[in-house]
Ligand binder design. Structure first.
Ligand SMILES: [Zn+2]
Length: 162
């Protein structure tokens, strides 16, 4: 990506991974509000009935640490500063929401992609029949993530990172 493309991406709210999550939730019967600016961090998705804020994080912008996480070599100081600010802001936002009694789910972009292995997947939770065949495992990526997200929404855990 060129720098101007990257800057453009910062401001785009309807990123594709977010739409994947929205569509799945809607089809499963969840109703939600988008980008509520009156809540800390302007959550991508807010499921009022369950008091759950969902952030669909781009691995690059939020520096996930997976294989989608790169740091540009040019203007390194500029980017490092920007990324560090993003990371600090994410932590502060989650804390503020927790204090308000809002449960927080962070869904990483890579966990919704079926063409790469999810960087932080706990392999022990992957069913045997899926684990044998790498391609099948990848296909389970987004489906498993969305299923776990919905279980979280209906459950009572305070936070989850997928
Ligand atoms: Zn990632």
């Amino acid at each position: 990506m060129t720098r101007s493309q990257m800057m453009g991406a910062v401001h785009s709210e309807d990123t594709k991974p977010e739409i994947v999550v929205r569509r799945a939730l809607f089809q499963a019967g969840f109703r939600y509000r988008l980008h509520r600016r009156d809540l800390p961090g302007t959550p991508d998705i807010f499921v009022q009935k369950y008091g759950v804020a969902i952030f669909v994080n781009g691995c690059f912008w939020h520096q996930h640490g997976c294989k989608l996480t790169t740091r540009p070599k040019s203007n390194a100081a500029f980017w490092n500063n920007k990324f560090d600010n993003n990371i600090v802001r994410d932590i502060r936002t989650q804390h503020q929401l927790s204090l308000m009694g809002i449960r927080v789910a962070v869904v990483w972009e890579c966990s919704l992609r079926n063409d790469i292995r999810h960087g932080c997947r706990d392999v022990s939770t992957t069913p045997d029949e899926v684990r044998r065949e790498p391609q099948a495992e990848n296909k389970m990526g987004a489906a498993l993530t969305l299923e776990r997200l919905m279980n979280f929404i209906r459950g009572d855990e305070e936070t989850i990172e997928l």
